[in-house]
Design a protein around this ligand. Structure first.
Ligand code: NDP
Ligand SMILES: O=C(O)C1=N[C@H](C(=O)O)C[C@H](O)C1
Length: 254
């Protein structure tokens, strides 16, 4: 490919588990050019010096907003896998992007194609079952719980239940140790497992009279996220600016 046609990519969190995998994937893509590796102690201005058009962020919920403020202000598109995006944070991003027309940001709770389908199928199934709980399972190096994916799945299920007119799920628990019933995310119970040997896994379990229905997704290696990351990089450049939440928006699922 003509070098002038390549997309110049910088990676934030480049020494981390996902950042390192992303650097390798970008270097292996003929249409992308890895121009900057930025980790904890490197100045983020390196993105501008290197002429990055797109920054991929796999850092930490505590620093990602500062990174995005910098990228947007400097006209650099961003593809973000880092977790921790509340409605309030998304509103802040929209206001920053309004001031920089043409700059695009993709926030993707999960880049795994199977994980996106899991979320989609869970939302479809939600209205047919009285009960639903989520079990997410990850490596013990994960800083946040529950996972961003589990939070997003719970929100999608809750929205589908509301639309179908379903009320609260049955649960007779009156006593118990704190945490035993997991976290309540929009009325959906989410349980987080942290275990050596795991990468990223999730089960969505539905139940009703006489039957259960389980949807399970397993990321067995971080390479599973890379086709989604590269797709996000390619699509954000032509997205016309603004905020996109969820890689499914680029997958033509409907
Ligand atoms: N959307 C998706 O599909 C996926 C999302 N994730 C999410 O991505 C995030 C990163 O995960 P993971 O790679 O496992 O985490 P790691 O802890 O392995 O990597 C994070 C890296 O970012 C570095 N870092 C911290 N602050 C900055 C900063 N200001 N600028 C640049 N780099 C910085 C860290 O340095 P130091 O260690 O010194 O702090 C570390 O090297 C998490 O939020 C995780 O949940 C993970 C997998 C898939
Ligand atoms: O930290 C991880 O590893 C992962 N984080 C994301 C999340 O919190 O949903 C995506 C995937 O589950 C891996």
């Amino acid at each position: 490919m003509d070098e002038r046609m390549t997309i110049k990519v910088g990676v934030l969190g480049s020494a981390g588990k996902m950042g390192a995998q992303t650097c390798e994937a970008v270097e292996g893509a003929g249409d992308l050019d890895l121009v900057a590796r930025i980790d904890q102690d490197d100045p983020i201005a390196g993105l501008v010096d290197a002429g990055a058009q797109v920054a991929v962020d796999f850092t930490h919920p505590g620093v990602v907003m500062d990174n995005l403020e910098f990228c947007i202000r400097n006209g650099i598109h961003a593809v973000v896998g880092t977790t921790g995006f509340t409605d309030e944070r998304l509103a802040t991003l929209r206001s920053w992007l309004d001031a920089q027309p043409g700059v695009g940001v993709l926030i993707a709770p999960n880049f795994g194609i199977g994980a996106i389908l899991m979320m989609r199928f869970a939302a479809q199934a939600a209205r047919f079952f009285e009960s639903c709980e989520i079990v997410e399972l990850h490596h013990p190096g994960k800083a946040d719980a529950p996972s961003g994916t589990a939070g997003r799945t719970a929100e999608l299920i809750a929205a589908a239940r509301r639309e179908a007119g379903l009320g609260a799920m049955p649960d007779a628990t009156r006593t118990g140790l704190e945490g035993a019933r997991g976290a309540d995310v929009d009325g959906v119970r989410v349980h987080a497992v942290r275990l050596r040997g795991l990468v990223a896994h999730q089960e969505v379990i539905f139940g009703d009279e006489g039957e259960t229905f389980t949807i399970r997704h397993d990321s067995l290696h971080r390479s599973s996220f890379m086709p989604g990351v590269l797709l996000g990089v390619r699509r954000i450049v032509d997205a016309g600016g603004g905020l996109t939440v969820g890689l499914e928006r680029f997958l033509d699922l409907d």
